[in-house]
Design a protein around this ligand. Structure first.
Ligand code: HEC
Length: 172
């Protein structure tokens, strides 16, 4: 860019240098923001989650974006999300059994915003009253729960964010 500017007027040169400086500043700022959010990022406990009017959750439970590849594994893992027990998902056509209790999840990211999908994963009961879909990030309010599960969530905050990152890839 600068080399190209040399063949033009000096005014252009100054402009490109300024542009260069500005870019440098932006990069430094981005680095500072990344650093500070890394050191202050805290996992939100199930009891501290702020739900919107319709049960949506705007802020990442981990303070960071999840990993879609890991989320895909959690989705099909029978001991984790076990989402296939109730949902058809064409992206996993190789998996033998897809339940049909819930809606097909093909294109689900076109139908819902990320915050809404996070809300559905955290506690679907807020979004769909009386649904049989489990609340994956809820640790209290259960009756007669086994001692070993008391105060525990089905999925961790990280697992919810990974799942969300994956579900967000399900577009038509
Ligand atoms: C026990 C069955 C069951 C399981 C397990 C389950 N769901 Fe659901 N899910 C449902 C039902 C039923 C609905 C429809 C809501 C209602 O009850 O009206 C639903 C709705 C949804 C929706 C909204 C879909 C739409 O098109 O409106 C999403 C997204 C979703 N589930 C994702 C998941 C994911 C991801 C998992 C795994 C972590 C999962 N579900 C596990 C039963 C289940």
């Amino acid at each position: 860019m600068v080399a190209y500017g040399i063949h033009r007027t000096s005014r252009f040169l100054i402009l490109t240098t300024m542009g260069g400086n500005m870019r440098l500043t932006t990069i430094t700022l981005a680095a500072v923001v990344a650093l500070s959010s890394a050191s202050f990022a805290e996992t939100t406990a199930p009891g501290d989650i702020k739900f919107g009017e319709n049960g949506e959750v705007e802020i990442s439970l981990t303070g960071a974006a999840g990993d879609a590849a890991s989320g895909r594994k959690i989705f099909m893992n029978r001991k984790k999300g076990n989402c296939l027990a109730c949902h058809v998902n064409s992206d996993m056509a190789e998996q033998t059994f897809h339940g049909e209790v819930g809606p097909e999840l093909d294109g689900v990211a076109d139908r819902w915003e990320a915050a809404e999908l996070r809300g559905i994963l955290v506690n679907s009961k807020n979004m769909f009253e009386g649904t049989i879909m489990p609340a994956f990030y809820k640790a209290s309010g259960y009756n007669r729960i086994l001692k070993k599960f008391d105060g525990k969530t089905i999925l961790s905050a990280q697992e919810v964010e990974d799942l969300l990152a994956y579900v967000m890839t399900l577009k038509e």
